[in-house]
Write a protein of this length. Sequence first.
Length: 183
Amino acid sequence: MLWVKSRFQKVVLGLILGGILGFGTFGSAAVAQSVDPQYYFRLTTQFRGDDMCLDVFNGGAKNNMTHLARCADLSGQYWRFQPAGDGYYKLTTMFRGANMCLDVFNGGARNNQVHLTQCADYSGQFWKVTRQGGWSRLTTQFRGASMCLDVFNGGANNNMPHLTNCANLSGQYWKLSRTGKRI
């Protein structure tokens, strides 16, 4: 049995085994994507394309809920990935600031939908970015690796993201595009 003591040794061993065994596809161990916390990112899906960015509702019944909207130079479309330890990130926007984090509703009419709320030590605010080819999957510590961020297609929640069972669906493949905007 091989004993690995340090985090560095675990990462190196994971990269070596990943290369030997072909890890990196969904359903097997995947290497988390590194995200530069000094820049804001735009998030788009394979499903809706590069013209629809993850944004935040400002006001009304859906205040602080998220949705895909036409990409524009709007502060609600600039997302920061703040390292939270163990490969997880807290996601915040330029619009709402560093104290409002992307979280997951637990129960009720909006169960598994995502929204911005006060940052705290909640597992629904810890996001993992897992790289798959040129795309990324987003999961939370709260719901685990089997539930991926996806986008509703149609209905009252059209273009709003939610967590659902991971599958080979284009709404679950996200592009994280680094902008020139620094934190």
